[in-house]
Design a protein around this ligand. Structure first.
Ligand code: D61
Ligand code: MG
Length: 413
């Protein structure tokens, strides 16, 4: 939860934040009573606050399926990400994970903190999985099998080329897109989306994470993890870790901008995918992470901080969740963030023209949608126009409300 100081500085963040808190409490009341479902939803909140918030607002049976889909893949990813497990132990677990989900007795202890609890008590997840409808189970099993095999392949292989990068991202995130499209279709609420568009939805999110998390991944203990493709970084430095050293700042930022330009390729497909959705809750579920991603790219572009610490759009989350309702909101936000990105392009950057071309394509799609009027931007924001007494009164009331909500609900936002 934002500090009082942060709230005082950005008063318009407060209303969506309070709304979000109330929505989270409401959703919590709807969690099924059985202990395995209780465990699954509590775990979802702990391991992913942002996805939990968007999953919550879906209708019950689809929501349950997506919750389990998320936890199964998060568990698989915990095995993949645990750098202390030897390869000969790890690979067979990844390959057989799609069978373990049918076995209530199975578990494998690894990971840390919440992830360790998820792994130790995985029987709750398999119990809940076994209660899902057969078409949901089949979609989850199929994607888990393909993701596990893909992860296993990349345990022993580095991400060298841009094709490798796209292939790795397909396994860990593109397949989530394919699986979600299948789950939406199985719920009877959506047509079946094409694999290409579904894949792009995942690639755009995953590439944004990989760009943002450079420092975290390179500093991973006991062994650093590298997802930036050699084909891109070798144009700027000799070793991927050289990007974090101050003397390479200029090259580092150029490399970062190259990576952002590569991620922008997927935007067109993502907009096409989202524009075909019909169910408002599914639409919001898909659109919110995409808006956060383009916002994150806009924040990371040309920003040396990516190599120094954490760059996150924390403050915007509640607002995006509150405001994203229709495709016009999506076009509007993609338009604003693309303009912000364009304003950051320096003509001396080796990819300046390529980046600007990609951004022009996105801006044109948004303009051609004909829905850019009458919107309030996240970026161009007016300063609040209250006098000081009003500010003090409003803050005291809202701070008390927030303090109350935080005290009665331990989950932080
Ligand atoms: C619409 C809405 C959500 C979508 C989508 C379409 C298409 C794809 C995705 C979500 C997946 C995006 C993944 C981006 C975040 N990356 C990770 O979490 C990495 O792990 C990848 C393997 C596990 C994937 C688990 C997952 C994630 C989101 C889901 C989901 C399953 C199921 C349903 C809905 C959303 C990453 O994790 C570490 C980190 O970034 O903190 C990694 O290990 O690389
Ligand atoms: Mg992983």
């Amino acid at each position: 939860m934002g500090s009082l100081r942060a709230i005082l500085k950005h008063p318009d963040d407060l209303y969506p934040l309070v709304k979000l808190k109330l929505a989270a409490r409401h959703a919590e009341k709807q969690i099924p009573r059985e202990p395995h479902w209780g465990f699954c939803y509590a775990m979802l909140h702990k391991v992913s606050r942002s996805f939990a918030l968007v999953i919550q607002q879906l209708d019950t049976d689809l929501r349950d399926a997506i919750c389990i889909f998320y936890l199964v893949l998060r568990a698989l990813d915990t095995v993949e990400d645990d750098t202390s497990i030897a390869t000969d132990i790890k690979v067979p677990i990844l390959m057989a994970f799609h069978r373990h989900i049918y076995d209530r007795e199975w578990h494998f202890s690894c990971g840390v903190k919440h992830y360790k609890v998820l792994m130790d008590e995985f029987h709750h997840v398999s119990t809940a999985f076994l209660e899902l409808g057969r078409s949901y189970q089949e979609a989850i099993e199929d994607i888990t099998m393909r993701m596990g095999a893909g992860m296993a392949k990349f345990i022993c292989k580095e991400v060298e080329t841009i094709d490798d990068y796209d292939e790795y991202c397909h396994y860990v995130a593109g397949l989530v897109g394919l699986g979600l499209s299948k789950l939406f279709y199985a719920s009877g609420k959506e047509d079946l989306a094409s694999d290409t568009l579904s894949n792009s939805m995942g690639l755009f999110l995953q590439k944004t994470n990989i760009i943002r998390d450079y420092l975290e991944d390179i500093n991973e203990i006991p062994k650093s993890r590298m997802f930036w493709p050699r084909q891109i970084w070798s144009k700027y430095v000799n070793k991927l870790e050289d990007l974090k050293y101050e003397e390479n700042s200029v090259k580092a930022v150029q490399c970062l901008n190259d990576m952002v330009t590569n991620a922008l390729i997927h935007v067109e497909d993502c907009l096409k995918y989202m524009s075909a959705l019909r169910d408002p809750a599914i639409f919001r579920f898909c659109a919110i992470p995409q808006i956060m991603a383009i916002g994150t790219l806009a924040l990371c572009y040309n920003n040396i901080q990516v190599f120094r610490g954490v760059v996150k759009m924390r403050r915007l989350t509640a607002k995006v969740i509150d405001r994203t309702k229709t495709m016009s909101d999506v076009y509007g936000d993609f338009y604003d963030f693309s303009r912000m990105l364009k304003s950051k392009v320096d003509n001396s950057d080796p990819n300046a023209n390529k980046t600007k071309e990609k951004l022009e394509t996105i801006l044109k799609i948004c303009r051609d949608s004909g829905s850019l009027n009458n919107r309030k931007s996240y970026i161009i924001r007016s300063e609040p126009r209250y006098n000081s007494t009003t500010i003090v009164v409003i803050f005291i009331i809202l701070a008390m409300l927030l303090a109350y909500l935080s005290a009665t609900r331990p989950n932080n936002i």
